[in-house]
Structure formats: C-alpha cells, structure tokens
Write a protein that binds this ligand. Structure first.
Ligand code: MN
Length: 394
C-alpha cells in the first residue's frame, strides 16, 4: 500500500500534464472522440486490457490483480460543456465555446494516474480493478446508462467515483450515507387557449392568465402537499406567451425543473403537477400538453460504503479533512451505477482562492486546485484496496 502510494505521488506531474492537455482540448457530451482515443492509448501503454466504444465513446480498462479477490470499478466522467473559457492561463481551452467547466478533465487525469500506479503494483492486488471512463455525464440520458447496458459492470462487485468540488476547500473530502445528490427532472407545459382582441377578453381564452395561475398553483406542491422534512424543489425557469400588447395570447409555454431525493416523492410530484395542470386548465376551458422528462435518479450511497469512506478518508487525508456533506440539489448519473452495485460517490475539495479555484462549477472562469487530483487518487485507491482486503463485507 505504501509503495503504491509512493508510485502514485511520483505520477503527479504526469497527471497535471494529462489534465492540462484535456483541458485545452475539451469535447462536448456524446462527441468525446479524441478524448476517448487519448485515454485508450494511455491505458494500453500501461499494459491494461482495454475496451473502447463501450456504450458510445466509453473506455473500459481491466487490470487483473496477482491474487484472487473481488472486482472494484472506479469511474471518471470525460465530457466538457458548451461554455466559452474565460481564463487567461496557458492551459485554457483551445476550442471556441467548449470548456471543461466541471472538472471532468481532472477526473479523467486522476483515474489515469490511479490506473498507472496500480498497474505497476498489480501483483500485490487481492482482486481486479475496472477503470470506467464515461462519456456524456452532462446531458441526459447520460453515458452511464449505455455503458452499463454494454456490460461495464459485468463481474464488478463494488463501484466508487469522485467529483472534485470547488465549493469545498482543497484538502477536504465529503460524502454521506443514503441520498446525496438530487434527481433532476424537467417539465414543459403548453397551455392552449383561444387568442383574440385584447379589448374583447370575453371572446377569448387567455393562456397567459391561465399559465400565471399554474405558476402559483405549482408552488403549493412543495409548500402544502409535501412533507416539510423531505427536501425538494420545483422551479419554473421560463414563461413565454404572447407577442403584442393588445392581443390575447393563444398559447403560453412554461418550463421548469423538479429536484427530489426520493423515488416515491419523485413520481408523486409528477402526478401532482399533472393534476394541477389538468384541473386549472379545465377551470378556464383551455387545452394543455405536458412533456415530463425524467432526468437522472438521485445519487444514493450505500450505508456500509459511506462508512468505508469515513474510515478510509480519515486514513488517507486525515480525520479533520473528512466531513458529512449536506444534500446537494445538482444531479449526477453516477446514480445508475449505485442502482446496480454497492458503492459510494464522494466529493473531493478542489477550491483554493490563491489559485483562482474559487468559481462555481459551470462558470466560465472555473478552475480547480490541481493538488486535489492527488487527494482524489489516494481516496480512490484507499477505497478500492479497503474493499478488496475487507474479509467481512456487508
Ligand atoms: Mn460534473
């Protein structure tokens, strides 16, 4: 273990170089052609079995350990975002309008480093490691579903993943048992009334007035019909209707997002929205259409694996560095792995004002403290080895 960690530490400059190369050459979700090629080439050089084209541009590396034992999968996402990089540093994106603004470049570099360090010590491993380089985390339906459908978890016993996280300071790491990140669903509601003259409302069905009632009525789902101790959000993010001051709008469209942590509440809210829309529209004699798009399910950590995080995290980063994070309303398709296998998702602090790593994720000036990659690598290795060496797994 100690020698493996020393090997890992010596690879840090290479991890930085990998990360900066990827940062300069970002690719959007479902278009990670070069990124996948880059990963496959590096993994091959480590003498690790490679599978490319896994559920799209996914890359899977299989490292067989020298001794028998379980198989642990470690996952990194590899896609970038449609954002113009506004940083001025030497490794800023070279591609107009595309940027690694969520740190997936660093996730990829970290996992490459972990793979290389572990490959140098394969004889000592009590089991196997699977490295999952997953495309398209940022855009639903995401790359996790298709990778799993393509066999990414075949033979895997447990799965771990990290997200570098600038809201938490570098040097720290956090997770929690049970729900951690939200399900993120989307709705589009079209209210169809009857257009007409602004001075003759009695001859029309005013879609703007009806949609306004909808916005207000939707607020009552969280405030009046949901258990106040259950975290959830319904936000209407856009409202479009009409084109002239003296014309009553025939059609108004509202769109919004629903965030929940519980599958039952999640489907209850969908029904509740349909109920409110149908009855409100009926009240005014309007027609409607609802397009409800299921996003990623909530990220739910397995209790025993979160427990392992608190133990291993304290060992590799120090007791004071580890904390239980609050619920996070953002979504992540790591949820699908946890629906299929035992495991845990973890945040690794990457924020540092002195290194301009103090912008939120998806911000045009987003950057990380690269030291966080080494912490993430230590944590991933620690979790994998602890699982492999654990004789009484829960
Ligand atoms: Mn992300």
């Amino acid at each position: 273990m100690n020698e493996l960690i020393q090997t890992m530490d010596r690879l840090f400059p290479q991890m930085v170089a990998w990360r900066r190369h990827l940062h300069q050459h970002p690719e959007l979700s479902f278009h990670e052609v070069e990124t996948a090629g880059f990963i496959a080439k590096e993994i091959q050089q480590m003498d690790i079995e490679v599978r490319t084209g896994v559920g799209g541009y996914g890359v899977l590396g299989l490292l067989k350990g020298g001794r028998p034992g379980p198989t642990v999968a470690l996952r990194a996402d590899i896609d970038a975002l449609p954002i113009q990089d506004e940083k001025t540093c030497e490794y800023a994106s070279k591609r107009n309008g595309v940027m690694h603004a969520c740190g997936h470049d660093a996730h990829t570099a970290t996992l490459l480093g972990v793979a290389k360090a572990c490959s140098a010590h394969r004889e000592e491993l009590n089991g196997n490691l699977v490295f999952l380089f997953q495309p398209a985390e940022e855009v639903s339906p995401g790359g996790a579903v298709s990778m799993i459908a393509d066999g990414a978890l075949d033979g895997v016993d447990a799965v771990y993943g990290v997200h570098l996280w600038t809201p938490f300071p570098v040097g720290t790491a956090a997770s929690r048992p049970g729900p951690m990140m939200a399900a993120a669903d989307e709705f589009v509601i079209d209210v169809k009334g009857k257009g007409g003259h602004g001075g003759l409302p009695h001859e029309t069905i005013d879609s703007i007035v009806i949609a306004s009632h909808l916005v207000v009525n939707l607020q009552t789902i969280v405030s009046r019909t949901t258990d106040p101790t259950d975290a959830c959000v319904i936000s209407v993010g856009s409202f479009h209707g009409g084109s002239s001051f003296n014309v009553i709008a025939e059609k108004t469209r509202i769109t919004g997002t629903v965030r929940t942590f519980d599958q039952k509440l999640r489907s209850d809210i969908k029904s509740r929205i349909e109920h409110i829309v149908s009855h409100t529209c009926a009240m005014f004699g309007a027609q409607y259409e609802i397009d409800y798009k299921w996003g990623y399910p909530p990220v739910v950590n397995h209790a025993a694996e979160a427990e392992r995080f608190f133990k291993v995290g304290a060992q590799v980063l120090g007791k004071d560095a580890i904390f239980e994070c609050p619920l996070i309303m953002a979504g992540e398709d790591f949820s699908y792995y946890l629906q299929n296998r035992t495991g845990c998702f973890m945040f690794v602090g990457a924020g540092n004002q002195e290194k301009n790593a103090n912008f939120s994720h998806h911000h045009p000036k987003f950057d990380i403290d690269e030291d966080a990659m080494l912490n993430a690598a230590h944590l991933l290795i620690g979790m994998a080895l602890d699982y492999m060496n654990d004789t009484d797994k829960c």
